[in-house]
Design a protein around this ligand. Structure first.
Ligand code: 6PG
Length: 256
């Protein structure tokens, strides 16, 4: 097919499917097909589809294109992978970007949208509240971990993913679903983030990465088995792991 990936490594790295696309249109098109397939399977087997979405700039076009796709939004529940601890109408709010690009343009019931409550007293309180919301929605026991159908991740140039930054205590948290996190630069705002136990419990984890500025970190996390980058800790225990890359982000991979 015209939008088939240029390079497709599905057995190159165990448990990872790495797809590099010639251009962003093909990357977005494939990501929407993947979303559609995962959502369709989830709704067929469990009656609903749960997704946790990242912020940042990479997925903006994807969310915009998704909003123009005829999907079963009434059976879809959207959570956030992470959030900056700012009001919903702040320019840096992940919820604001996802709402502007996607949620405000689709027929999704308000109760299916699960933003991080950044109107609390602190990012710690917001994390505790979000964790309670998540536990209640997924009907979890006290030590239960949700199984998202899809978690969409980006990666920073420093190898962070979600708001799990290099050297952060949040990297080793095992007994929480959601934590507050302090980024390396205070201009990035205090953060609220899901933890690796949640990410690695998902049925499908998709890294969506664009731009030549990510080529180095992509090569490190995919080809350096000893990578200590936070994003390299994403190893779903039972789920599938996909790397959807544009040709710039995948430019340094050995097979490219
Ligand atoms: C955030 C994101 C974060 C993002 C990476 C990549 O709140 O910023 O959730 O984890 O995915 O920083 O961001 P870009 O897509 O802007 O490069």
């Amino acid at each position: 097919m015209a939008n088939d990936p240029e390079y497709h490594y599905n057995n190159w790295m165990k448990h990872k499917e790495i797809l590099v696309f010639k251009n962003s249109d093909q990357l977005v098109e494939f990501a929407i097909r993947k979303w559609n397939a995962v959502a369709g399977d989830a709704i067929e087997h469990r009656g609903l589809f749960t997704a946790a979405l990242s912020g940042g700039s990479s997925p903006v076009t994807l969310y915009k294109e998704l909003s123009e796709t005829d999907l079963k939004w009434d059976r879809t529940h959207i959570f956030l992978v992470d959030e900056r601890y700012v009001p919903f109408d702040h320019n840096d709010s992940n919820y604001r970007m996802i709402n502007d690009m996607l949620l405000s343009n689709i027929n999704i019931p308000q109760q299916n949208i699960h933003p991080v409550p950044t109107q609390k007293g602190s990012s710690d309180e917001a994390a505790i509240s979000y964790e309670r919301n998540m536990s209640s929605f997924f009907h979890l026991s006290s030590d239960g971990i949700p199984v998202f159908d899809l978690i969409l991740l980006g990666v920073g140039e420093d190898g962070h993913t979600a708001s799990l930054f290099p050297g952060s205590p949040a990297l080793t948290v095992k007994n929480r679903l959601v934590v507050s996190a302090i980024p390396p630069d205070e201009s990035m705002h205090d953060r609220v983030s899901i933890t690796f136990p949640v990410i690695n419990n998902a049925r499908n984890v998709v890294f969506f990465v664009t731009g030549g500025n990510k080529a180095g970190v992509v090569k490190d996390m995919l080809e350096n088995e000893n990578s200590n980058l936070p994003a390299a800790s994403v190893r779903p225990s039972k789920g599938k792991l996909f790397f959807l890359l544009d040709q710039h982000a995948g430019a340094l991979l050995s097979g490219s």
